[in-house]
Design a protein around this ligand. Structure first.
Ligand code: C5P
Length: 232
């Protein structure tokens, strides 16, 4: 994997014209773009195709969580948009993730992954839903279950890279948001890591939003981050 291909730009907008314009500018400079529920609910599969048609790979971050049959159908439908990465909630369980893994293969989606515990949840939130183990243990448990299901990796925070890498080995893909180059504002992200530190720690793909999208020159910002990764 080339250094710049590790960068996925988080597009937290529903503006499809802006998204396509940015995709054209950043094509060949980043690995892809991550679009989520806001963009998809506003623009549907056509909105995603508008980006993939430019030649920009898409991580379709819809975090499916339903019965296995429904999730498998949703994954197959995602494949039709040309998305390269799609995901489910690991909390949907082993059967659901196996169905997702199978559907991802059928649909020729290169990476079907899971999210473990949303970082917006703290220990009290877990206790409230009957999970009494420490968050990190639960995250690692769900990552291992994800791997057992045949899915290719998980989305995780920078501080979770080391324990998941240790538990799941070198081939399991780790997709990491909460990334801030030294020169970028932290915004509302509390625990951040620089792109090079995250890759050194074992991240495969970095999800980076505002340091690129809010930069005066997004192309320059993407080049700078890629250059930082080149040197590793
Ligand atoms: O702009 P920024 O780089 O903070 O964007 C990060 C992206 O990753 C956003 O789309 C955010 O929703 C997502 N994300 C995150 N932290 C997580 C999981 C997802 O920031 N733990």
């Amino acid at each position: 994997m080339k250094a710049f291909e590790r960068i996925y730009v988080a597009l937290d907008t529903m503006d499809v014209d802006y998204a396509v314009d940015l995709a054209r500018k950043l094509k060949g400079l980043v690995g892809g773009m991550k679009v989520g529920k806001e963009f998809f609910t506003a623009n549907g599969p056509q909105g995603v195709e508008n980006i993939t048609e430019v030649g920009m790979p898409v991580f379709l971050d819809l975090k499916f969580h339903d019965i296995p049959n429904t999730v498998a159908g949703a994954i197959r439908a995602s494949g039709k948009t040309g998305a390269q990465i799609v995901n489910v909630h690991a909390q949907g369980g082993l059967g659901m993730m196996k169905a997702a893994a199978e559907a991802g293969k059928e649909a020729h989606i290169p990476m079907t992954i899971a999210v473990t515990i949303l970082t917006a949840m703290d220990q009290d939130d877990l206790t409230a839903i009957g999970v009494n183990d420490p968050i990190e243990d639960q995250v690692v448990r769900l990552a291992k279950l994800t791997q057992d299901s045949g899915l290719q990796g998980v989305v995780c925070s920078a501080k979770e890279i080391a324990p998941i890498r240790k538990a799941c080995g070198p081939d399991f893909k780790l997709i990491v948001p909460g990334i801030r180059p030294d020169w970028a504002a932290k915004g509302d992200q509390k625990r951040v890591m620089t792109p090079s530190d995250a890759v050194k720690a074992g991240a495969d793909i970095l999800v980076i939003g505002r340091p690129i999208t809010q930069a005066n020159d997004p192309v320059e910002a993407a080049r700078k981050i890629a250059a930082e990764l080149e040197g590793l």
